[in-house]
Design a protein around this ligand. Sequence first.
Ligand code: SF4
Length: 259
Amino acid sequence: MTALNDRPEVRTPEQGGVPLTTEPRAPREAPGVPDATAPEFTPETDPLDVIRWALGAHPDLLMPSAFNLNGVVLLDLAARAGYRGEVVFVDTGYHFPETLQTKDRLAARYPEMTFVTLNEGANPEDGQTPPDLYASDPDACCAVRKVAPLQTHLREKKLSALLNGRSRDQAATRADIPFVETGGARVKINPLAHWTRERLEAYAAEHSLPVNPLYFDGFLSVGCWTCTRAVRPGEDARAGRWAGKGKTECGLWVGESKL
Ligand code: SF4
């Protein structure tokens, strides 16, 4: 397990690192397209009912997760609803140790599910990408280290739908996501679409869920340590992801390579 003080230093341009990309990039987020064949859920619909419907409509359902607050709550709800499939995490090589420890705690808590780690043991020097690519071209880095391994796994599985924990109040770019979303290669089931951060926190506390400890230090959405900072008062939950880089999504849920 990587220790906190084993993290490679982020080199500034003065130290020979690659300058950060600060120019905003063109928005790539498109509003989710509701699946017209899904039941007429309302914002008050219990996420459990959405998951139960999804398990019947898409028995091959699979859950990717980065084990953020939303993902942890979704895991617990999915377990209660009867989900017994894979929980797939991609090791980019740049995860916080706290995130890896959270994954291990969840795997121990939910033995009825199969926890899969793609690229387990990846590290910044593994040659997948140039060491500073996350700073010079984070889209390219995410494409190689995060999106491609998951795309490969999903193609091998040939599945029809994904269960994920995105919610509308995480970011303006997610403000319209429906419970059941079409577009891209697979249907996306978003049972927490209408739950607020307060409701997620209350659920996690009520059920004593193992939330990533970084959450309580202001990391309301935790990605790679190179590309995540704590959220400041008034910012949305994902404001700390790729801050200053004009990037809001890793590419799993939006863009040409979305899942
Ligand atoms: S979040 Fe940053 S380090 Fe992680 S894969 Fe994306 S660009 Fe690379």
